[in-house]
Design a protein around this ligand. Structure first.
Ligand code: RP5
Length: 169
């Protein structure tokens, strides 16, 4: 297992699914579970130990509200932990602050609110340090997203022929 994906509740699944879909697309070997820092603390601890024994390189944790999941996982491993604040309530600001504001010494790398895809990509960037295959796939992905922007730009100008393309004045 290269990456462990943990969500604090099944209600976080839409965001965790983004993570899992992206990891699948890049051919990452991962495992995913619903485990709560508050509701199943002992199971969470056991699972982090299990992941370490399986050689897990990166943890991705998605949680909302008083989002302590990433921080609790980070307290139990030296592997990088990527936190996703889920926008469950208060526009996600409660989750964002709970995830990002870690005490000195126990970092959590935090992506934007509901940033499932970017969390997966960050994990893949970490894995690319160990395996060039992921570096190559990331390069292809950047080319794909640039092509998609160009396609939409062409569409806009076909749809609105009067709109001038930005260019030198
Ligand atoms: C957090 O509380 C979970 O990560 C979830 O985002 C939020 C709400 O959980 P549920 O009440 O939907 O189970 O622990």
């Amino acid at each position: 297992m290269q990456v462990a994906v943990i969500m604090g509740s099944d209600s976080d699944f839409p965001i965790a699914k983004e993570v899992c879909d992206t990891l699948t697309k890049f051919g990452v070997d991962f495992d995913a579970h619903v485990l709560s820092a508050h509701r199943t603390p002992h199971d969470l601890e056991d699972y982090v130990k299990h992941c370490e024994s399986k050689g897990c390189r990166v943890f991705i944790c998605a949680a909302g509200k008083a989002a302590h999941l990433s921080g609790v996982v980070a307290s139990q491993t030296l592997r990088p932990v990527i936190g996703i604040p889920v926008g469950t309530s208060l526009m996600g600001l409660d989750s964002l602050f709970s995830t990002i504001q870690m005490p000195r010494g126990v970092p959590v790398m935090t992506v934007g609110i509901d940033g499932g895809t970017n969390a997966a990509l960050s994990a893949i960037q970490i894995l690319s340090l160990l395996d060039d295959k992921f570096y190559v796939r990331l390069k292809e992905y950047r080319a794909e997203i640039a092509a998609s922007v160009h396609k939409h730009d062409r569409f806009l100008h076909e749809y609105l022929p009067g709109v001038k393309r930005p260019g030198p004045k």
